[in-house]
Ligand binder design. Structure first.
Ligand SMILES: C[S@@+](CC[C@H](N)C(=O)[O-])C[C@H]1O[C@@H](n2cnc3c(N)ncnc32)[C@H](O)[C@@H]1O
Length: 282
């Protein structure tokens, strides 16, 4: 790693990739989402379940944006990256990519916002599958994933993210709270936790807080409000009859999507629909 590069102002080239790994990340849906978004001119952009932000970063929009999530560590990380990417990279550069380092950071709780953000990023990059999971006490408990990351690439992505976050309002909140920011002509991308299993009607635990059937109903009310404000929405959700029943009430466009050959090795899933996209963009 070139330590000097940490201290000089880099020429930031805005990237279209996120700097975090995130469960339920929507990389594979991006070409479809971009095709839909390209049909409209919109004002502000909103993403109230931001997670790793694969859609937000891929759009590279220069519009004023509002992103939020109920995960406070994730939101602290975005805020710190927005404020001072160099400070975070300086801390990250001191961490070794080893199992010992992983577990010692996992046990650490203290530190300022930048130390917490660096720790969050390092754990995310080297954990098992980049999952974010906490125990009943709210403590992050994902095991080491024997993963390494390329520091230079991460540095490029973090500087780029910082640039993209400049014109972005970043909030730690439940999705319901973001309604007041949404105005006529805005675009809202909604990617709630994937709580419905494919093979039964059960709901699976995803995060600290379960995104329940009632939350799905609440989200459909939220969409009703978006529509009545004259804003655009795109919702991605599990390809499940219950989901269709909840969100089809608006008679908007529905896309059934499959990763098709993108799923390597998992023959059982190949060719099976995985995701619905609902949108009032025609
Ligand atoms: C499927 S992930 C989003 C993934 C994201 N689209 C990406 O590409 O990485 C869902 C996110 O919703 C957040 N979440 C769960 N319940 C929420 C709620 N009630 N309000 C806001 N965010 C919530 C989770 O913390 C998680 O980051």
């Amino acid at each position: 790693m070139n330590l000097l590069s940490l201290f000089k102002q880099p020429d930031v080239v805005v990237q279209d990739k996120p700097f975090l790994r995130w469960t339920g990340g929507k990389n594979w849906l991006i070409p479809t989402i971009k095709k839909i978004v390209n049909k409209i001119e919109f004002n502000n952009y909103h993403e109230p379940f931001i997670g790793g932000g694969s859609v937000f970063f891929s759009l590279k929009t220069n519009k004023k944006s509002f992103i939020s999530d109920s995960n406070n560590e994730l939101i602290n990380c975005y805020r710190a990256v927005k404020k001072n990417p160099k400070k975070i990279l300086k801390i990250l550069s001191r961490y070794k990519q080893t199992e010992e380092q992983y577990y010692s950071l996992r046990n650490e709780k203290n530190g300022n916002e930048f130390i917490k953000a660096a720790r969050f990023i390092h754990l995310n990059k080297t954990s098992f599958n980049g999952i974010y999971r906490v125990n009943l006490k709210g403590e992050y408990n994902v095991p080491y994933g024997k993963k390494n990351y390329d520091f230079n690439l991460l540095s490029k992505l973090i500087h780029s993210a910082s640039q993209q976050l400049k014109n972005t309002n970043v909030n730690n909140s439940d999705f319901n709270e973001s309604i007041s920011n949404i105005c006529q002509g805005d675009l809202v991308y909604l990617d709630p936790p994937y709580t419905i299993t494919h093979n039964n009607n059960g709901f699976v635990k995803y995060n600290e807080k379960l995104f329940s059937y009632d939350d799905q109903l609440q989200l459909s009310k939220f969409i009703r409000e978006i529509r009545s404000k004259g804003a655009y929405y795109i919702l991605s959700n599990a390809h499940h009859p219950e989901v269709k029943k909840i969100y089809n009430q608006f008679n908007d466009n529905v896309y059934s999507l499959t990763r098709g050959s993108v799923i390597g090795g998992n023959l059982k899933s190949r060719g099976k629909y995985e995701e619905y996209l609902f949108t009032n963009i025609i």
